[in-house]
Design a protein around this ligand. Sequence first.
Ligand SMILES: Nc1ncnc2c1ncn2[C@@H]1O[C@H](COP(=O)(O)OP(=O)(O)OP(=O)(O)O)[C@@H](O)[C@H]1O
Ligand SMILES: [Mg+2]
Length: 377
Amino acid sequence: MSGITISNLTKRFGSNTIVDDLELTIDEGEFVVLLGPSGCGKTTTLRCLAGLETPEGGTISFGDRTVFDAKTHTDVATHRRNIGMIFQSYALWPHMTVRDNIGYPLKVRRKKEALRSGAVDKAAAMVDTGHLLDRYPSQLSGGQQQRVAVARGLVAEPDLVLFDEPLSNLDARLRDQVRTQIHQLHQRLGFSAVFVTHDQSEAFALGDRLAIMKDGRLEQCDTPQRVFDEPGSDYVAAFIGMGNRLVLTRHHEGWQTANGDVLDLGSRSPERGGADEIIARLRPADLHLHRAVEDAPHGSTVLHATLVTTEFGGRHYDVLVDVAGERLTLQADTREHGAWLPTAEEGAPVVVSFNPTDVRTYAADPARSAERESVAV
Ligand SMILES: Nc1ncnc2c1ncn2[C@@H]1O[C@H](COP(=O)(O)OP(=O)(O)OP(=O)(O)O)[C@@H](O)[C@H]1O
Ligand SMILES: [Mg+2]
């Protein structure tokens, strides 16, 4: 097998198009993370890959083997696609022991030799569950159940492993542990994987490439570093942590906020002749709080704001400020701001600065601009 190719994949439920002409390739051994908000079609895409849904259009190939083709009515059954599946709900059989659960895919595929030669023990050992083989799922913790599900997903040495938010039912500490284990197993075993999540830190940690999905289509597909550095759209920027959004209008050589600050966006300033309204996106970590303009570093871009709330977070305060009705979040160092910030009142004037290289700009949503114009008229 050499890689998986998905072309023009379309899946509808009734009149709703859930997966919309999707194009994606997964190289052999590659770990692709499918990232997107609830309802955008992530699970449906995995189910199409697994052969659990019949798409209305498109093709899916595993290497040079076509497993689905809407035109020729090719639709290879799930158990003949050689895939492993690991879900959010561990989906272990309650009436089977851990040994029988892990061995189940081998039984279904009639891999008797593997069953006899200790494949189940090997898979269990990979995720530290070798001592649990005689227990039933109800006698395991959530973290142990999910590790058993990982062993079951990998036992038959699948070409492609599908993960559907496998960590989201685990508490923070276990989530980190199981995530690291999945990462190590992928490096050791080299299977191809599609891993669905809506958690950006999971996506950055695990993905060779991130595929960001919106309404059944891919909005951007690139390495974690590229997606982090250059989110391809306002939607992607918002989704991968650039939660701060400011609408700016053109003002001579600069860009103006709704309360009249003219900002220097440096090399991120769109060319002249383009739109007169843009969206600026910034990460909370790239915004800095000051009491006055003079305190902002030389060369930084400054904004006048008012304080909304301050919450103590240990090393830093989580701060919410207002810029003419738009809310920005940032973190302020406790040692630097502890003397004044906790007692500052709501509505107090503050200054926010950022380095112009950290801003990303996008064309404003045309529907929104039209709405503003009609209000102005
Ligand atoms: N069997 C079905 N029949 C009808 N509609 C469905 C069916 N399965 C999913 N949908 C709809 O398809 C859309 C996408 O669902 P899907 O489960 O793929 O989303 P998702 O991206 O996995 O979301 P989440 O992050 O919440 O799991 C949703 O609007 C859902 O209601
Ligand atoms: Mg889902």
